[in-house]
Design a protein around this ligand. Structure first.
Ligand SMILES: C[S@@+](CC[C@H](N)C(=O)[O-])C[C@H]1O[C@@H](n2cnc3c(N)ncnc32)[C@H](O)[C@@H]1O
Length: 362
């Protein structure tokens, strides 16, 4: 099976969407709202509040999270203009996701948002919203056209499953569905190489699109340590691999099918992100932080973890295995997580927040 081709195309993501917003994602976005708003205000200040402010959310999905961010950003920038007795800028908002995203659902929420924002300024505010279908691993916008970009929970998805996970037709990552701590070292190397390639392309593309002094706010799931997971640290994706192997023993799925399935998912460490930003050279790092939360049997709701994992992976799994597997898989997944937490393993969720500022000289 050719795993080298573009994953999104191959997995049929032209017809299906990746994910709806999950409550985890909502919480993660709320936790970075303050730094997002101060970055928005700083980006506009750097440009001395231009007559038109252009912002983009990359990997926006189809739920309300993206619009809530946009709404808060517009309020913060307007608040600054009013405070400085300046005229309100006009806003151009670009919502980007893969072409398979449900833009219709998203657009149906836009008029309500625009109405609310206009009402706050007696109708004297212009907010235009447009969808930009396409991959953020490549150019999306004209040169030097945006003051602010945000990307929440999207950059964990690689552009494709890394090539080189098969050796003479045999799966290197047998029994695993992602870069697991139990995978052979070659798997981690291949995933890391793909991440480097993708993130570097993301940065180069954005560097041409963001104006000097403009900002990019990124939030994503990361790896706490530079290296692999601790032994008793459970990942929901590790539990997913285990669930697949249970389904193999129950003859609900073929072993070969599992062996040929890998998620195009990468959780970088802060160091890895920092290295790429320095290497690319167009941005300075204004802010970088990691926050982690541990979940044990003290706060046990295995269903919650299973639900968020399902939201993120369902369409990919359906495409490879068919729809019938979904219910038994995630029931098993909930059970596996429950048992692991009971056995004193814990789930560590590490969120990395990164604010980049485009150097004026580049
Ligand atoms: C987990 S969702 C996050 C949605 C939203 N930003 C939030 O935090 O609630 C990730 C989104 O990133 C999108 N995505 C993944 N790879 C992408 C790419 N290469 N270009 C654009 N969007 C992408 C997915 O389609 C999905 O909608």
């Amino acid at each position: 099976m050719d795993v080298n081709r573009n994953f999104h195309m191959k997995q049929g993501l032209g017809e299906t969407s990746y994910a709806q917003n999950s409550s985890f994602q909502k919480e993660m976005i709320e936790s970075v709202m303050d730094i997002t708003l101060s970055s928005a205000v700083a980006a506009c200040a750097a440009a001395e509040t231009p007559a038109a402010v252009s912002i983009a959310d990359l990997g926006c999905s189809s739920g309300r999270n993206t619009l809530s961010v946009v709404e808060n950003i517009i309020r913060a920038v307007c608040g600054r203009s009013c405070g400085a007795m300046r005229q309100l800028p006009e806003f151009m908002v670009f919502l980007n996701d893969l072409p398979s995203n449900d833009f219709n659902t998203l657009f149906s929420l836009v008029p309500e948002l625009v109405k609310r924002l206009k009402a706050e300024h007696d109708g004297g505010l212009l907010v235009s919203v447009a969808g930009i279908p396409g991959s953020f691993y490549g150019r999306l916008f004209p040169s030097s056209s945006l003051q602010l970009m945000t990307s929440f929970n999207g950059l964990n998805w690689l552009s494709q499953v890394p090539p080189g996970l098969f050796n003479e037709g045999k799966p290197v990552n047998k029994g695993k569905v992602y870069m697991s701590p139990a995978s052979p070292p070659l798997v981690a190397t291949r995933y890391f190489e793909q991440f480097q390639k993708d993130f570097s392309l993301f940065l180069t593309s954005r560097s041409q699109e963001v104006v000097g002094g403009g900002r990019i706010v990124i939030s994503m799931i990361g790896r706490k340590r530079h290296g692999s997971h601790k032994k008793n640290e459970l990942s929901v994706f590790e539990a997913l691999g285990k669930s697949f192997s249970i389904l193999v023993t129950q003859k609900l799925v073929e072993e070969e099918q599992v062996d040929s399935f890998n998620l195009p998912l990468y959780t970088p460490s802060m160091q890895e992100l920092e290295d790429q930003v320095y290497r690319e050279g167009s941005f300075t790092i204004n802010y970088m932080k990691q926050d982690s939360q541990s979940f044990t049997t003290e706060n046990p709701d295995p269903k919650m973890f299973s639900k968020s994992c399902r939201a993120a992976t369902e369409s990919l799994i359906c495409h490879h295995f068919g729809e019938k597997i979904i219910e038994p898989l995630f029931e098993t997944h909930t059970q596996v997580i429950h048992e692991k937490l009971e056995a004193r393993e814990y789930i560590d969720l590490c969120q990395i927040v990164l604010v980049l500022c485009k150097s004026a000289s580049r």
